[in-house]
Design a protein around this ligand. Structure first.
Ligand SMILES: Nc1ncnc2c1ncn2[C@@H]1O[C@H](COP(=O)(O)OP(=O)(O)O)[C@@H](O)[C@H]1O
Ligand SMILES: [Mg+2]
Length: 259
């Protein structure tokens, strides 16, 4: 049975793409068959694995276009092998036009779910890297997913932003778009262990969002992450024994343990 996890948070720069790449690499290292889906027109995930979103075709954009226009989906053709041990369904800038194109489509929230249906059987995990919004593409990801992983940048008042995505998840459940959608976990990212306040910030986030919702493992701030982006690699491939690589391995094991 494959599992689809949406990596979602409406705020940018909180570690969605970083988590998608590195969790994909860590799950693959454990022998899992993994597909990472770039659902952000900015194409950061596509770039992170060393591909150029300006030059690729077909992409997830074409898969949406075909589905909207009533053609057979090209999603399978669009999937690329990467230099990492996981596959990628890449993005391109035109993906930003899809939200408008979806407006008049019947079951417009379900298009990604339909696109992924025939692909599911080839993978153990499909990770969807969402764009920083609560728009129709993100709703498509939430409707297609089994669970949601929410990265939260660990800072003062961080829990406020998370409440909005939690409310959206509730709406997706209540409107019967995906009644069984559950929270895989809230991941605290960019934890800065040098600041004295950090323990208190972590405690405050746990108290406000529910300790049981927050992953035990946290991702510390490290320059290695930015370096790995420049190298076009996951942090596991870039610096296998780094703290960051170890943290994402621990996260992968927590998730595999969740079933
Ligand atoms: N744990 C971390 N420590 C330091 N920098 C990080 C960490 N996680 C992500 N970054 C950097 O922060 C920036 C934003 O991260 P990204 O994953 O692209 O966020 P999002 O996808 O939510 O917009 C990127 O430059 C990334 O390399
Ligand atoms: Mg991103």
């Amino acid at each position: 049975m494959s599992k689809i996890i949406a990596i979602a948070m409406q705020k940018g720069g909180v570690g969605k793409t970083t988590t998608t790449v590195n969790l994909a690499a860590a799950l693959a290292e454990c022998g899992q068959r993994v597909l990472a889906v770039d659902l952000d027109a900015q194409g950061n995930l596509t770039q992170h694995v060393g591909l150029d979103p300006e030059k690729l075709t077909p992409t997830v954009y074409d898969a949406f276009r075909d589905e909207i226009d009533g053609y057979e989906s090209v999603a399978e053709e669009a999937i690329r092998q990467t230099s990492e041990a996981f596959d990628l369904l890449p993005s391109q800038p035109e993906l930003s036009l899809v939200e408008i194109g979806l407006m008049n489509v019947i079951s417009r929230e379900k298009v990604l779910s339909i696109i992924l249906q025939p692909i599911r059987e080839h993978y153990d995990y499909i990770l969807i890297d969402c764009n920083p919004s609560l728009g129709l593409l993100v709703v498509n990801a939430l409707a297609a997913a089994d669970s949601v992983l929410i990265p939260v940048q660990t800072e003062y008042l961080a829990a406020r932003g998370a409440n909005m995505i939690l409310a959206t998840i509730d709406t997706v459940r209540r409107k019967q778009l995906n009644p069984n959608l559950y929270i895989e976990g809230i991941l605290l990212t960019m934890v800065d262990t040098r600041t004295i306040l950090m323990r208190e910030v972590i405690e405050a986030v746990k108290e406000q969002l529910g300790e049981q919702n927050v992953f035990d493992v946290v991702i510390k701030r490290s320059i290695r992450f930015a370096e790995s982006v420049v190298a076009g690699k996951s942090i596991l491939a870039y610096d296998s024994s780094s703290q960051g690589a170890e943290a994402y391995r621990t996260l992968a094991k927590e998730i595999m343990g969740n079933g």
